[in-house]
Design a protein around this ligand. Structure first.
Ligand SMILES: [Zn+2]
Length: 389
């Protein structure tokens, strides 16, 4: 069974932004959903697709259970709030009990010392629930608005992409695990993981048509942090992308926003120094957390399925990163595979650390309080081309 990773309305927005030349209605889009793909159930206890959507769904469920008349689907709820059909204050008048409980996904400390996402139960008074519900409703409204605006911004950018500008969308895929066709028990204990980092680069050709190149960056380094990203950009930009797309003047990076990978001081340093480093200017745009899976998701999945199939059909042996890189470039696909070794990434990582860039606390502040202005105010002088949503 497969589950869609977002609701159909958001996925339609994403489809329009990725396939701007295909004109279909929302109804047709919904009708064409393959039946083996189940719709998203936001209240899921074993997976957290988007924390904000899941938490709104859990809260609506608790508020309804406490006696209020409210839709359970977060998207329906926010649509009705925006249409002024309902409002959070009035909804809370339906809750009569003095003590109420609600659940929320939260990152908590576990016994093994690691932090994990878990559902945490809260017991609060009616007034406390009302205050929390109103605050969550406002934040969720901003969250859905930002998703809409980001898809529109990406779509507009693709339509009006100036000559010599390139949109680079990238994301880490799940690591590829090496297995062999005649796998023996002991092989399970020697399984190698390989980092796959799909990249899609959009550009306009001389006729003004939007084209793209698909790349998979392969590495034996499993760090997945700004050092890896910087190393990938260096390797990708110099020389591969320049070879494929001549005369690049500006790069619009678009990524998801995990602070460990893309939204951090290391990345900001790279963007601020992009012109010096690569003789190309750049801007960096972030998708709303939990909604940034775009073409890279499909590209990573395709690469993994093809590699798995080749191994199972005994067409190749993939035991390390170099092997998947060699197999990838010898297979008949339009995907270009690039290898970035762990030694190079370690060097880049230590270079970045030596720069000793100071942290700015409001990077977290943005995530928690959705206060874009404070970030922009802090960074605008240093990093005028960073876009926060
Ligand atoms: Zn969401």
């Amino acid at each position: 069974m497969r589950v869609l990773n977002d609701n159909l309305r958001n996925l339609f927005g994403k489809f329009q932004c990725e396939q701007s030349d295909v004109k279909i209605s929302f109804t047709t889009f919904c009708r064409m959903r393959p039946k083996e793909f189940n719709l998203t159930q936001y209240i899921s206890r074993n997976r957290c697709l988007c924390q904000k959507h899941q938490n709104m769904a859990l809260l609506l469920k608790s508020v309804k259970a406490a006696g209020a008349n409210v839709p359970l689907n977060p998207e329906d709820f926010i649509k009705r709030v925006q249409n002024n059909d309902i409002n959070a204050n009035e909804i809370m008048t339906g809750v009569k009990d003095d003590k109420v409980s609600y659940e929320q996904w939260k990152r908590v400390d576990c016994e093994d010392g690691k932090k994990r996402m878990k559902i945490v139960q809260h017991q609060v008074s009616r007034d406390e629930l009302a205050a929390f519900f109103i605050k969550q409703t406002c934040e969720f409204q901003e969250h859905t608005q930002r998703i809409k605006e980001q898809y529109k911004a990406m779509s507009d950018l693709k339509h009006g992409l100036p000559p010599n500008h390139v949109i680079v969308q990238m994301d880490f895929a799940e690591n590829f695990t090496c297995v062999s066709a005649d796998e023996v028990q002991s092989a399970y204990w020697n399984q190698n993981s390989i980092t796959l980092h799909p990249v899609v680069a959009y550009y306009k050709n001389d006729e003004g048509t939007l084209n793209h190149y698909s790349y998979i960056i392969v590495s034996d380094d499993l760090g997945h942090n700004s050092g890896s990203v910087f190393a990938f950009i260096q390797k990708l930009l110099l020389p591969q992308m320049r070879e494929d797309i001549p005369n690049i003047k500006h790069i619009h990076h678009w990524t998801v926003s995990p602070s460990s990978q893309y939204r951090n001081k290391g990345t900001f340093q790279v963007v601020s120094d992009h012109m010096n480093l690569f003789a190309v200017s750049a801007s960096w745009n972030y998708f709303e957390s939990g909604h940034g899976k775009g073409p890279c998701d499909g590209l990573g999945g395709t690469a993994k399925r093809m590699a798995d199939l080749a191994v199972r059909q005994n067409k190749c042996k993939i035991q390390d990163a170099k092997a998947i890189f060699e197999w990838g470039n010898s297979s008949q696909t339009s995907i270009k595979y690039l290898f970035v070794g762990s030694e190079f990434i370690t060097e880049v990582r230590s270079d970045l650390e030596q720069k000793n860039i100071k942290s700015v606390s409001s990077v977290r502040h943005h995530e928690n309080q959705s206060s874009e202005c404070s970030i922009n105010e802090n960074y605008i002088v240093l990093l005028p081309r960073l876009s926060f949503w």
